[in-house]
Design a binder for this molecule. Sequence first.
Ligand SMILES: Cc1cc2nc3c(=O)[nH]c(=O)nc-3n(C[C@H](O)[C@H](O)[C@H](O)COP(=O)(O)OP(=O)(O)OC[C@H]3O[C@@H](n4cnc5c(N)ncnc54)[C@H](O)[C@@H]3O)c2cc1C
Length: 383
Amino acid sequence: MVLERGEVANSWRRERWDSLRLLTPNWQSRLPGYRYEGPDPDGFMTMAEVIAFVAGFAAASGAPVRTQTTVTSVVRAGEGYHVTTDRGDFECRCLVLASGACNVASVPGVRQAVPASVECFTALEYRNPAQLPDGGVLVVGASATGVQLADEIRRSGRPVTLSVGEHVRLPRTYRGKDVLWWMEASGIWNQRYDEIDDLTRARKLPSPQLVGTPERATLDLNSLSDAGVQIVGRLAAVRDGRALFSGGLRNQFALADLKMDRLLDAFDEWARSHRRDADVGPTERFEATRPPASSRLDLPLATGEIRSIIWATGFRPDYSWLHVPVVDPKGYLRHDGGVVDAPGLYAIGLPVLRRRKSTFIHGAEDDARDLIEHLAGYLANSP
Ligand SMILES: Cc1cc2nc3c(=O)[nH]c(=O)nc-3n(C[C@H](O)[C@H](O)[C@H](O)COP(=O)(O)OP(=O)(O)OC[C@H]3O[C@@H](n4cnc5c(N)ncnc54)[C@H](O)[C@@H]3O)c2cc1C
């Protein structure tokens, strides 16, 4: 039985901004035994298309989904679990936590010190620029969400300041192919969780600066600067009505550029060693991220220059309903590749769950197969 508090594809229906398109190309929209079959494999789905895709999978797979059913509590009971919902209780031997990795916005504590005159929105609340008051906007966070929202809000004519911390820079296309083609073909996205040196860090890596547009444009800090977005460092504090930013942008940029170049080197090496050089374009290297001539270290928040703040500072799961001692003090699940630290309990859809690609829609393909194998073995061997 699959329990869903809203409708099928609820997060795509309720928790995304209007203009969002997937940053993964259509050919990568795959679920077990089901894939995008339309005319534009290199395009990027709109939210309406994603909803139709996931709903299509639910119908094609015949999954026994009970919608409008919110799980309010899970406790261990005998050899299994007791699940309480707003539409009745259930007992089960095995339980798969597929409640998502992005249920709540992670907002830094400095939000408390933001003057009341500045309107705050998380990425889960933001829908479109018309929602914002006129005037300057501070976007905090420069991963996939932050760069996309900074770009959209700047296009609406508002002055935008983007606060940049650690980030992952990627070109949209490399040597004529989508960068995610390279991630998949080179095997990097398939790398298993137990082969990754620093798994804790890999699970906390920010999403790459990427956008899915019909033009397949690269969206990076250089293109945002060119569009007039003011780039500042990491938001370190809000004090006396002023936002204070770290210096060291130059180092942040150098690090992100270095990591991108290393990844491109790995792609080149893969193409060479797999004799694929003839199938792709010539090697490329991209302009280094340009540090702003003078980056501001503080910004008054109470004088009207900034009228709203978008917190694009990441998301985290919500397990407030899970009363099984498997959640660490920071709110993250203790699991080994999705096998949770309690008998018969599993998780799917979390960052680098079993592979680097686990956090993406198509990551469920292999993860689901592995976990079902484990789950079936557990059921077969338990009394
Ligand atoms: C802004 C954004 C952009 C993204 N872009 C891409 C992209 O371009 N490509 C890509 O592959 N991936 C993308 N992702 C990641 C994508 O969301 C995940 O790959 C995918 O949604 C994981 O599916 P899921 O079913 O595990 O989680 P979710 O889609 O989060 O689904 C979890 C479901 O559980 C339900 N639920 C939660 N709690 C309860 C409860 N207590 N009781 C009942 N139901 C509950 C929710 O309503 C929800 O429907 C993006 C994520 C975000 C946040």
